[in-house]
Design a protein around this ligand. Structure first.
Ligand SMILES: [Zn+2]
Length: 572
């Protein structure tokens, strides 16, 4: 802002000097006559304006949130931080002229405001490659919604003499899409390593959402912490990863439903208080393709991008082809899984070049996200967060695979919506006591795959029929792959009762039917439930004070259709 007034003062001073010289000559007619010829030469010198040879123009403006193409074709997200690059160019100048660039924003006829940068040198050749060669604006929050028209103007107050003063503006229109925030439920895993007997646990924390906020097409990530989930096993064995992922999927299905947009992410600690670690390399995460449940190691700085990869699978993304991943996406558009277009980390205003950064769905790094993956994530988020009908009460039906054979898991009566049918050819049948088929529903095949580990599971959520279900059968292309007889069909269906007794450190629950697996859950309001344990056998379990803090009531949902038992907790 200094340059403009200074320049004006110089001009005024020169004009004054010229005028004074003229006045000073009035006294002597003779001298004036002599001077008259020299004044003709003097006047152009007063203006100090040689014929203009230079020209300022704006060749392009680019608006970046995470990635952007040269044509600004990547979808923009309302209220997500955005960096505007204005490509101001000076042609025909011996030295780069100094000028301001101002950006004006309109929403329809409403003027939103303007921003100015400079004066600073205008380069002869602004380059996409060099962030500092463009005039870069962090756009204000209230410019980032709806349809916005941005006009960038170089030298708007006209301090630079130009060959063409009419090519200094560039206007472009942008549409910002409203996208629901990413709901992320972090489930701290209390991992009891059965090989060493050590318990790995950590305080609830969030090493993930910063990375998601930068790379995903959302303006907000809402993080909630689930009660820790207890898992005993040996995660050095790939099959145990599958079991943990399956457990968390049941948790999600029981709490938010299988069609929910909420991501359930199990965060696995790797370091023991003693400094010991169970992790010896290998699998670091696993996530279903198209179902929003995944798990990953808490590995320090890499936790965020590793989670972004698994959650990317949850958003339906397959592997990008670098680092030899399994089942790469044949439609990935760029060779070797590079991001293909320029990326921008608006948190630090770092430009990421197309050929030197790799899509987060590959096994190569440094990781960022391509426009292809970004648009895919956006479509999935829009589809998943579209309003749906309230899920009614139904039966959660599951089957686990062991190689080529499958086993049907306990059936729970829970609220939840049916999953959309896929083309896997799987279905599930409900049969009554006489073996008559009451209903047939599509079953969804969930799959997850990383190097060294694969997981599969069948899930269906069927409306509960009026007739008692005695048997569940999973079929593939009409051929039975797993069946389960529901124990409760032969049980006394009068309300069972559960009892609670205070014990040191918590509460001991007991209920009948020790042979029936049960799902135990707690709620403060009777509407939102938190699952405490799955498939519990033995008719009893002890809850810690930490698990009880959500207070209200506890339910024991017996597997295979028995009546739900409720325990009211005393306040306080
Ligand atoms: Zn993967």
């Amino acid at each position: 802002m200094q340059e403009r007034p200074t320049r004006l003062i110089i001009l005024v001073a020169l004009l004054l000097a010229a005028a004074l010289m003229h006045l000073g000559s009035v006294g002597t007619t003779h001298a004036a006559t002599q001077r008259r010829s020299s004044q003709k030469i003097f006047m152009p010198a007063v203006l100090q304006r040689p014929p203009a040879t230079q020209d300022l123009s704006i060749t392009h403006i680019g608006l970046y949130q995470t990635v952007q193409t040269a044509a600004n074709s990547v979808s923009l997200i309302a209220h997500k931080p955005a960096l505007l690059r204005v490509y101001a160019q000076a042609q025909g100048a011996a030295t780069p002229p100094v000028a301001e660039v101002t950006v004006y924003a309109y929403q329809g006829m409403t003027f939103l405001g303007s921003l100015t940068i400079g004066p600073q040198a205008v380069p002869a050749q602004p380059s996409t490659d060099i962030l500092s060669s463009t005039f870069n604006f962090d756009l204000p929050h209230d410019w980032l919604s709806g349809n916005v028209t941005l006009t960038a103007s170089v030298d708007p107050v006209n301090t630079v003499l130009e060959v063409n003063e009419s090519n200094n503006d560039h206007t472009a229109q942008f549409t910002f899409h409203d996208v629901a925030p990413l709901e992320l439920t972090i489930i701290p895993i209390n991992y009891h390593d059965t090989r060493t007997g050590r318990l790995y646990e950590d305080e609830p924390h969030d090493p993930i959402s910063d990375w998601l906020l930068g790379a995903y097409p959302v303006s907000r990530v809402n993080v909630t912490y689930h009660l820790p989930f207890n898992f005993a096993g040996d995660l050095r064995q790939p099959g145990e990863w599958e079991r943990l992922l399956r457990d968390l999927s049941t948790l999600a299905a029981a709490e938010v439903g299988s069609t929910s947009a909420t991501v359930y992410y199990g965060l696995l600690p790797t370091t023991h208080a003693s400094g010991a670690t169970w992790f010896e390399g290998g699998v670091s995460g696993l996530g279903w393709i198209g179902q929003r449940v995944s798990i990953g190691l808490d590995l320090g700085v890499d936790t965020g991008n590793s989670a972004a990869h698994e959650i990317g699978h949850n958003f339906g993304r397959r592997h990008a082809p670098c680092g030899n991943p399994s089942s790469p996406d044949p439609h990935y558009p760029y060779p070797n899984a590079t991001i293909g277009v320029y990326g921008m980390d608006t948190d630090e205003d770092v430009l990421l070049s197309p050929g030197a950064n790799f899509d987060m769905m590959s096994y190569c790094g440094p990781e960022w996200v391509s426009d292809y993956t970004y648009e895919g994530l956006l479509q999935d988020q829009l589809a998943r967060t579209a309003p749906t009908n309230d899920p009614g009460e139904g039966l959660l039906l599951r089957a686990a695979f062991d190689g080529e054979t499958a086993a049907a898991l306990p059936v729970y009566r829970l609220n939840g919506a049916a999953l959309p049918a896929d083309d896997s050819g799987y279905s599930v049948q409900l049969l009554d006591e006489r073996g008559t088929v009451i209903a047939t529903h599509p079953a969804t095949l969930l799959e997850a795959e990383e190097t060294g580990v694969a997981a599969r599971m069948l899930v269906a959520h069927a409306p509960a029929p009026r007739v008692a279900v005695a048997e569940v059968r999973f079929l593939r292309d009409g051929k039975m792959v797993a069946e389960r007889k529901l124990i409760s069909s032969g049980l006394d269906t009068r309300a069972q009762t559960a009892a609670a007794t205070s014990v040191a450190g918590g509460l001991r629950l007991t209920w009948g039917q020790p042979g029936v697996p049960a799902l135990v859950r707690i709620s403060a309001d009777g509407a939102q439930w938190t699952t405490l344990a799955l498939d519990v056998l033995g008719g009893q379990m002890t809850l810690t004070r930490e698990q009880l803090s959500d207070g209200g009531q506890i339910q024991i949902v017996p597997g295979d259709g028995g009546p739900v038992m409720t325990v009211e907790l005393l306040g306080g």
